[in-house]
Design a protein. Structure first.
Length: 225
């Protein structure tokens, strides 16, 4: 008897871009084939694995992704593998599936960051919804990381003088005060300040503070690339 049952395709899942990838780790071939067919039917790319070792050995693409992971794999524990993923820098959302789930197990999985916990036999719709939400969350994560990378690159392009001015701006000093601290003219300070705002695409001082704060930079921090 198939674990998967007919369902209506959710709009969010159907609208997922083709570059989204769903990884499936389950030691049951029937489950892997069923999930692969279901997810591919809504335009998702799917890669399946019989073990976490095979999954870890496979190259990962820099695209919105999620992992459908069986809690009880042969010779290993899915919950323990979820913890190991974090240590290896794998931050994609996890959707757990199990035929032996209980409340304690699901609570532990959710506390560890799992997106959902589905008990076999599950409905196709539940799988599609869980994957849809997981991919949406990963898109947000990737977008945030790319934004931070952009700010980091912009900060790295600042000259030593511009970084010094940025530090004084973060400390709340006015141009006149910064000029006195740096022993330069106020015009020079305005020029450097303008370059800082331009290079970091900051619309205002609060915007600048927020962007540099995302890098862990404040008025007392020396940032080095």
């Amino acid at each position: 008897m198939s674990v998967l049952k007919p369902a209506v395709v959710s709009r969010e899942a159907a609208a997922s871009p083709p570059e989204s990838i769903v990884y499936v780790v389950d030691d049951e071939d029937a489950i892997r084939r069923g999930l692969s067919g279901l997810l591919e039917s809504v335009g998702l790319s799917v890669k399946t694995f019989a073990s976490s070792q095979d999954f870890m050995a496979s190259p990962k693409q820099n695209a919105p992704s999620c992992l459908i992971l069986d809690v009880r794999l042969r010779g290993e524990n899915g919950l323990e593998f979820q913890e190991a993923m974090a240590h290896h820098g794998l931050r994609m959302p996890v959707v757990f599936i199990t035929g032996h789930g209980d409340i304690e197990m699901s609570v532990k999985a959710m506390k560890a960051g799992a997106m959902d916990f589905l008990t076999k036999p599950f409905r196709d719709q539940d799988v599609l919804d869980a994957v849809s939400h997981a991919l949406a969350k990963d898109r947000q994560r990737l977008c945030a990381e790319r934004s931070i990378d952009s700010v980091r690159a912009a900060y790295a392009s600042l000259t030593p003088r511009e970084r010094e001015v940025a530090g004084f701006v973060l400390a709340g000093l006015l141009n006149k005060q910064i000029a006195a601290e740096m022993n330069v003219s106020e015009v020079t300070v305005k020029m450097h300040r303008g370059q800082v705002m331009k290079k970091l695409s900051a619309r205002s001082v609060p915007d600048l503070v927020g962007k540099l704060g995302a890098l862990g930079i404040d008025s007392h921090t020396k940032y080095s690339q």
